[in-house]
Design a protein around this ligand. Sequence first.
Ligand code: NAD
Length: 377
Amino acid sequence: MATGRIKLGMLGGGEGAFIGIAHRIAAYMGEKYELVGGAFDVDYQRGMAFAETLELNQSRVYPDVQSLIEKENELPADQRMEVVSIVTPNFLHFPMAKSLLEGGFHVICEKPMTMTVAEAEELDHLVSQTGKQFCLTHTYTGYPMVRQMKSMIASGQIGEIQRVDVQYYQGWINPVIHDTEKRKSVWRLDPAKSGISCCMGDIGLHAFNLAEYVTGSEIDQVLADLNYLYDDNTLDVDGTVLIRMGQAKGVIRSSQIATGEENNLTIQVYGKTGALKWQQEQPTVLTWLTEDQPAQILKPGNSYNSKLAMDSTKMAPGHPEGIFDAMGNLYLGLAKAIRNLPVQSGEYPTVTDGLRGMKFIEKVVLSHREDNIWITI
Ligand SMILES: NC(=O)c1ccc[n+]([C@@H]2O[C@H](COP(=O)([O-])OP(=O)(O)OC[C@H]3O[C@@H](n4cnc5c(N)ncnc54)[C@H](O)[C@@H]3O)[C@@H](O)[C@H]2O)c1
């Protein structure tokens, strides 16, 4: 059995890429991984130049996933990559993940996991068949106070859930969408690269995942109203989804044309005896409401938090940790699984969450196209 630092490869995440840096910092955070190579860029030469800035051995920088799998499998087991992170645009997630699992590697994959539900089902099956670990990086599940929210709901501290309200507002597509030329330059607005949805598939998906993560319940049905703004724009840039979760009802509100918004993700869960509220732009604050007490503010690193939340904090109270640390917590959870150590439920999202997410995207788009009808997930 392999020991020591887990040898990590990366697909995508090259010079100027958005999320690759979060993965690299996350990998180093717990001193459990060592980045040894990858295929970092769609342009091989650019990928080589980027790898040089990371001081990686050039012999471990590959033009594509197939050569990575072939060459890495020729190396002695103690040098070979054990796990590979996929941080490319969406359309590459499925073929890369499939090849890696079949090639004998554990996988860390960005969301959305695939382009279709059928592909997600195939990956789900492959993970069971190969016995390899699969982590889907729904980053926000790594925040200590999100984990505290999950623990408190599970232990009944707000009672039976009555309403769930998740909002994910960004504004970055606003200056892009009104210009037909600029619109063509963004891969997230290209169905061939992004999939059947832009806004809901990109950030509405995080909201969906967060709702299911903190409540520990599945969303049963959705009714969606999406906004495309222009007839020649084929992917949604804004939308509202009514949700039903057992007895509870609620809403997922998501937009990339919410002018001026940065990364305004908020979740509010209302139970029979209390409520919990969290905002990504203030991640160290969890607000707890009850009927007969003043509102309480819970913060990370304090002993009143659950084990899951405490284990997700490295610093003493009052030393804010953020998005890199949240991603790092997912990497830490996966490292335990790779090294066959005990993993608590909720330490990292899996292929099952990826499949749930793809069902959400498909049903939301279908609901909108069918003139806003309720659809069962
Ligand atoms: N978890 C999160 O919170 C979060 C946040 C942002 C993005 N994402 C997801 O991460 C993925 C990447 O998004 P991004 O914003 O970083 O994209 P990006 O366009 O900034 O970067 C993509 C990178 O992939 C590389 N690439 C493209 N094709 C490749 C190929 N065939 N082989 C190797 N590399 C290739 C590009 O050269 C680039 O370096 C998306 O699926 C997105 O949904 C997740």
